[in-house]
Design a protein around this ligand. Structure first.
Ligand SMILES: Cc1ncc(COP(=O)(O)O)c(C=O)c1O
Length: 345
């Protein structure tokens, strides 16, 4: 029988949604109530709903993977539950109990098991979202919220092979400032990144590397990924200063690097240091980390009208090793020694 998502080869990202979703409501004084799985459908919302005006919205992104023997695995989903609540706290939204988050995920994904593609690199993307649903105009924290989870079968990220991407280093526009909300997953951060993304795309680059808001000098993150630099056998990544998202893949790479015996540094990294490293050959690899790509090799940085090629635009040894290691755990190809896989059954 044909799977519900059709041809796995034709799947892209975030265009197709499964038949069901999970919803639960919240009211001040009552707490979370009426959690249920229902058919995927448009919401009826008042035009005055707070989320449309003042952006009280937070979300998460993770994936369900089907193993070759048909098991369903999530990757560190408790971290997404925790990060959602961190995001919620910062926008004065109610926290959702982690058990509610995880049991809703489990029930919904198992119900939609047939929607999880099993071709290499494919998965079922999970989008938990919380919005302020109360209808009122005024800059106050809302008293009513809706949390929901929708699912989307997605194709392999590296359809044309595990190839390096070219990145535009943005030195004018900024994504987020320390003290703001750059370290949480809220829609406004992504809206704020669109102009930079369009600028990069027009110049022929696939993503933007953001620099810090104050000095336009220190490396922050890439689009929807954290960023890593390999100096010989040392792995360096920007420290969490409050303006970048603490990625779950970032944390996993850091833990794997420790396990593998690499020296790791979380610190501020100036773009000048990066460019100097490329020029002298001391910087041998750059890669991004995030749920969508897992690991994305970077072959070129474009900064102030100059192209800087990394490792001759070839995928580096460590980049490939982290990618394979993480994918092997996510798809259950290897024993999960770190306790990161969460089997749904
Ligand atoms: C802005 C931003 N940075 C980094 C990441 C990587 O985070 P994770 O590894 O948890 O997917 C994401 C993706 O969620 C993101 O949107």
């Amino acid at each position: 029988m044909k799977p519900p998502y059709g041809d796995a080869e034709k799947l892209t990202f975030g265009r197709m949604f499964t038949e069901h979703m999970y919803t639960i409501k919240y009211k001040d004084g009552k707490g979370w109530y009426d959690g249920k799985i229902e058919k995927y459908r448009p919401f009826m919302m008042e035009p005055a709903a707070c989320v449309f005006h003042y952006s009280q919205e937070v979300f998460e992104g993770l994936k369900a993977y089907k193993t070759s023997d048909g098991r369903v695995l999530l990757f560190r989903p408790e971290q997404n539950a925790r990060r959602l609540n961190r995001s919620a706290r910062k926008l004065c939204m109610p926290e959702l109990p982690e058990e509610t988050f995880l049991s809703a995920l489990k029930e919904l994904v198992l119900l939609e098991k047939d929607w999880i593609p099993d071709a290499p690199g494919t998965s079922l993307y999970i989008r938990p979202t919380m919005i302020a649903s109360e209808a009122f105009l005024g800059v106050n924290s809302a008293k009513e919220y809706l949390f929901y989870i929708i699912l989307s079968p997605v194709g392999a990220y590296f359809k044309a092979g595990f190839n390096p991407v070219s990145i535009y280093v943005e030195d004018q526009l900024v994504r987020a400032a320390v003290g703001g909300v750059g370290d949480i997953k809220t829609g406004g951060n992504y809206a704020a990144s669109l102009l930079g993304g369009m600028k990069a795309e027009k110049k022929g680059f696939s993503q933007v590397l953001w620099l810090d808001a104050k000095e336009h000098q220190y490396v922050e993150e890439v689009g929807a990924m954290n960023v890593f630099f390999v100096f010989g056998e040392k792995l360096v990544t920007p420290m969490l200063t409050g303006s970048i998202l603490p990625g779950i893949t970032r944390d996993s790479v850091l833990k794997l690097a420790h396990e593998m015996g690499y020296e790791v540094e979380e610190r501020r990294i100036a773009i000048d240091e990066v460019l100097e490293g490329i020029k002298t050959g001391k910087l041998t690899e750059i890669f991004g980390s995030g749920t969508a790509a897992v690991i994305s090799p970077v072959g070129l940085l474009h900064y102030q009208d100059t192209n800087y090629y990394i490792n001759d635009n070839q995928v580096g040894k460590l980049t490939r090793s982290f990618y394979e290691h993480l994918v092997d755990i996510q798809y259950g190809h290897v024993e999960d020694k770190l306790g990161w896989s969460y089997e749904l059954k």
